[in-house]
Design a protein around this ligand. Structure first.
Ligand code: CAA
Length: 261
């Protein structure tokens, strides 16, 4: 990996067309403080405007992906401060990243850590990963999208149970519940996710942007609206040479070489 930047608590690098962001405060189980938020968002935004990057991987160093928002940083805040600085709103910027964003969840993904993973387009988990929304144990509720995204991902029954009890679920349970795309052996996680990211990064970027937008639209629109939008987006793909290249390559039994990647 070529190091791109090293803001406090986060490592940023790239390999080929893949950007890598590593939460790197293992002594605090990568608890998400303001510095980490700014560093992750800035790194992702820089990768997003860089046409030589076709996928971004987000992971954590050590035993955790992230064990949540930094409790020590927020414990003494009052309501006026929390609302005044619109605590956690800065993370919303990640949901506007158009380059496919893959969470490689290596250990604890709790509270804001689970919510951060859910802001990504895909979650791949190590078999040692643990997910949960334990905020209820702190006398609060999830604050980075957990009540909304977990419910959409796993349905009301399991989301309600997890959020009310604050219990953790393991990677297998998270996979069968639909939160996680795949579970892999912990020692193979990063290699596996980087290989997947390399593959995604070779595809047509406009098609990747369209695909992520359309899947996300499934949560924001009616079925009829979403299907109509998908069909028009499909039609629009025929305006690009990447469609010609992809379909011709198939017919000529060769790998496509997309222009817009
Ligand atoms: N914030 C700040 N520090 C944290 C942290 C967090 N969320 N999670 C862990 N740490 C720190 C611990 O305080 C400890 O630091 P010290 O060595 O200085 O004491 C260090 O990381 C290691 O943690 P533990 O000793 O607790 O490790 P463990 O293996 O015994 O337990 C754990 C691991 C079960 C994950 C436990 O650390 C834990 O429960 N963490 C908190 C999880 C949590 O409540 N997350 C939600 C936070 S609130 C939130 O995220 C709001 C939101 O919706 C955005």
């Amino acid at each position: 990996f070529e190091a791109v930047d090293a803001p406090a608590g986060v490592l940023v690098g790239r390999r080929g067309r893949v950007g890598l962001i590593v939460l790197d405060r293992p002594q605090a189980l990568n608890a998400l403080n303001n510095q980490a938020m700014d560093a992750v968002v800035t790194a992702a935004e820089r990768f997003d405007v860089d046409d030589t990057i076709g996928a971004i991987v987000l992971t954590g160093a050590g035993r955790a992906f992230a064990a949540g928002a930094d409790i020590k940083e927020m414990a003494e805040l009052g309501y006026a401060e929390a609302t005044g600085r619109d605590l956690f709103a800065g993370w919303d910027a990640l949901t506007r990243i158009r380059t496919p964003l893959i969470a490689a969840v290596n250990g604890f993904a709790l509270g804001g850590g689970c919510e951060l993973a859910m802001m990504c387009d895909v979650i791949i988990a190590a078999d040692t990963a643990k997910f949960g929304q334990p905020e209820i144990n702190l006398g609060v509720v999830p604050g980075m999208g957990g009540t909304q995204r977990l419910t959409r991902a796993v349905g009301k029954a399991k989301a309600m149970e997890l959020i009310l009890t604050g219990r953790m679920m393991d990677a297998r349970e998270a996979e069968s519940a639909g939160l996680v795309a795949r579970v892999v052996a912990a020692d193979a996680l990063l290699d596996d996710v980087l290989a997947m990211a390399d593959g995604i990064a070779e595809k047509s970027l406009p098609a990747l942007y369209a695909a992520t937008e359309l899947v996300d639209a499934a949560f924001e629109s009616t079925l009829a609206e979403g299907v109509a939008r998908e069909r028009r987006t499909f039609h629009a793909a025929f305006a690009l040479d990447d469609q010609k290249e992809g379909m011709r390559a198939f017919i000529e039994k060769r790998e496509p070489r997309f222009t817009h990647r």
